[in-house]
Design a protein around this ligand. Structure first.
Ligand code: G6P
Length: 613
């Protein structure tokens, strides 16, 4: 999971590459580097650490001159973050230089082969194998594209590669398989990048490369090829969203900005799909007859997207009366799932490129299930591989910890629940209308949580809780799934150990960990189970826990009788309540991370886009 960028034009390349990399740091940020091609040959600058270190080293790119170059921001897979392992990597004779996003799975075999053929290696990376393999075939072919066509036949795994060669002082080659790569058309300049924000300042006309595609380009020309070297015709797509969507816009962190963007993201995702009081999913090719025959639904995803799936179990079972199993993509793919054409596999992914999720999707396709992806990134690998796709319109999400993508994924599940419940006849007209009405109002309810006053009071609670080392999130039913997300947020950005437990299960083990002043966050948003959850709260209070309770405004007086501090959210339709309950938990983790001095947007060891198994 790394970010790559490439530029050829009339401007100095290094500052443009650094600027592009700054928009890709969400993909990895343990080291960074650039290679610029000038009259004197390749100039490589690379260092471990954040991009800021590279900017300092190169005085914001001004110490490197040349108008053609490639850049990279890294999330280490093969070899620790170090100067040597940072990209770009040169081939043995220094003629070929590459940046790489992905993993060359057979790199050890290839490395042995290349060592036996006189190539040398200076890093622990798999990427250096690609550089040397290209050199090996270039020596035989005398042509870079022909060498690339042969090299890709040997490479297993995933790659988006930006390639420079000293014999091609005006052009660049890029190839892609299972890692994202876009080409950007400029005027007298052209670009490649892992993602649109890296080049949006310069162009809105892009091509999303498909697996196996190659692109060869200069400042004024571009040619696309397939993996065999046959010419391809590509039509550019116009990017309509604004650069501001990928900038902080006055907020101190992307995470806080994205928390505030949730009402708009929900509106953008929900509104276009409601017409004349009905949910309309025009993008679906699933026929009503097919849906009536569905006997089982799997929801497959990783991380927070999986926790959306855990909520999906309650939501879809209630509305459609079909058994639903949420399952982690990394487990699903190796579990020999029992699938057939009466199984609908719903895949959830913000990035659309998570390696395990993509592999699980392919497995589901192979085993004969229908696959429906809920994806945020248009044109991503998962959106292309699924039979059907429903996009979340959350806009670019930059903070590693997801907020608005999570919320929009959940809103798509509500749309699916209504749509299928209607077709299957499992929702009465009244139930349908009440839920739809609540869904339309959901963005406004969410806005009500984001007041200055609420933020200040959640911040005060975070300040008070900052020194707790072990935190327990407890809740029942839908709330137990919300707890999973609340707990993950606290772990990933504030580095606080926390556990999420179904409240009724506490007494089967974890209650032994409750001692004086242990922090317990009790989510009691399912009104029918409020009393049951309060019983569990009393059990932990009796053992000395400090309890922060989260519930709906109508339970204010009730909850205040039992907990030490409370967080209140507006009340909505019972199935939609998790959409609101999660928001104070996002804000709480944000402030705990802040007060603990953590890097909120770029937590240690993590990356937003996880393209490794
Ligand atoms: C990473 C991100 C999470 C995300 C997960 C799955 O761990 O930090 O926020 O939920 O990957 O990513 P996806 O892009 O497939 O939703």
């Amino acid at each position: 999971m790394c970010g790559i960028v490439g530029y050829i034009g009339a401007q100095q390349a290094a500052p443009i590459l650094l600027d592009g990399l700054s928009k890709l740091e969400y993909r990895g940020y343990d080291s960074a580097g650039v290679c610029v091609f000038s009259d004197t040959g390749f100039q490589v600058a690379k260092t471990k650490g954040r991009l800021a270190a590279l900017c300092e080293m190169t005085e914001n790119g001004t110490t490197i001159t040349g108008t053609l170059g490639i850049g990279h921001t890294r999330w280490a897979t093969h070899g620790a973050p170090s100067n040597e392992n940072s990209h770009p990597h040169l081939s043995t004779n220094g003629k070929i230089c590459v940046v790489h996003n992905g993993i060359i799975e057979n790199y050890l075999v290839l490395k042995e082969f290349l060592l036996a053929h006189g190539k040398t290696f200076f890093s622990d990376t798999d990427t250096e194998v690609a550089a040397n393999l290209l050199e090996y075939y270039y020596e035989q072919e005398g042509d870079l594209r022909a060498a690339a066509c042969r090299a890709v036949q040997d490479l297993s795994g995933s790659y988006a590669l930006g390639i420079l060669c000293t014999d091609y002082p005006d052009s660049m080659l890029a190839i892609k398989k299972d890692s994202p790569l876009i080409f950007g058309f400029g005027k007298g300049e052209n670009f490649i990048a892992s993602d649109v924000p890296a080049i949006l300042r310069y162009t809105r006309e892009v091509v999303y490369l498909n697996d196996g595609d190659m692109v060869e380009f200069t400042a004024n020309s571009v040619s696309f090829f397939d993996a065999q070297g046959n010419a391809l015709h590509k039509t550019p797509e116009h990017i309509t969203w604004e650069m501001s969507a990928a900038e902080k816009g006055g907020y101190p962190h992307f995470m806080m900005k994205e928390i505030h963007e949730q009402p708009k993201a929900l509106r953008d995702t929900i509104s276009p799909r409601i017409k004349d009081g009905r949910v309309v999913l025009n993008e679906l090719t699933l026929s009503p007859d097919y849906l009536r025959g569905v006997r089982r639904i799997y929801i497959v995803a990783c991380g927070s997207a999986y926790y959306v799936g855990c909520l999906g179990k309650y939501i879809l079972e209630k509305t459609c009366r079909i058994p639903v199993e949420p399952i982690l993509a990394s487990e699903f793919r190796y579990s020999e799932p029992v699938l057939g054409d009466d199984t609908l596999v719903i895949i959830i992914s913000q990035s659309g490129e998570t390696a395990d999720t993509l592999a699980a999707l392919r497995e589901a396709n192979t085993l004969g299930a229908r696959t429906l992806a809920i994806v945020n990134v248009v044109g991503s690998a998962i959106s292309k591989a699924a039979h059907d796709v429903i996009y979340t319109w959350a806009g670019p999400e930059i903070a590693v910890a997801t907020t608005k993508a999570y919320s929009t994924q959940l809103s798509v599940l509500y749309l699916i629940a209504l749509y299928m419940g209607d077709i299957l006849g499992t929702l009465s007209n009244e139930e349908y209308n009440t839920m739809l009405d609540a869904l339309i109002r959901l963005p406004d309810r969410l806005s009500e949580i984001l007041t200055e006053e609420n933020l200040a009071s959640i911040k005060a609670m975070a300040d008070e809780c900052k020194d707790h080392h072990d935190v327990f999130f407890i809740g029942r039913n839908l709330d137990s799934a919300t707890c999973l997300e609340g707990s993950l947020k606290l772990k990933e950005i504030a580095y606080v150990h926390s556990e999420a437990y179904a409240a009724g299960e506490l007494k089967h083990g974890p209650i032994s960990l409750i001692e004086n002043n242990t922090l317990v966050i009790a989510v009691a948003g399912v009104s029918t189970l409020f009393e049951k959850t309060m019983s569990n709260v009393k059990e932990v209070k009796a053992r000395g826990a400090k309890v922060l309770g989260l519930t709906t405004v109508n339970f204010k007086e009730e909850i205040e009788k039992t907990v030490d501090r409370c967080l209140l959210v507006p009340q909505t339709h019972p199935l939609l309540q998790p959409s609101l309950n999660v928001v104070p938990l996002q804000i709480f983790s944000y402030y705990v991370a802040l007060v603990r001095g953590c890097d909120v947007d770029k937590p240690r060891n993590l990356a937003k886009s996880v393209t490794v198994e």
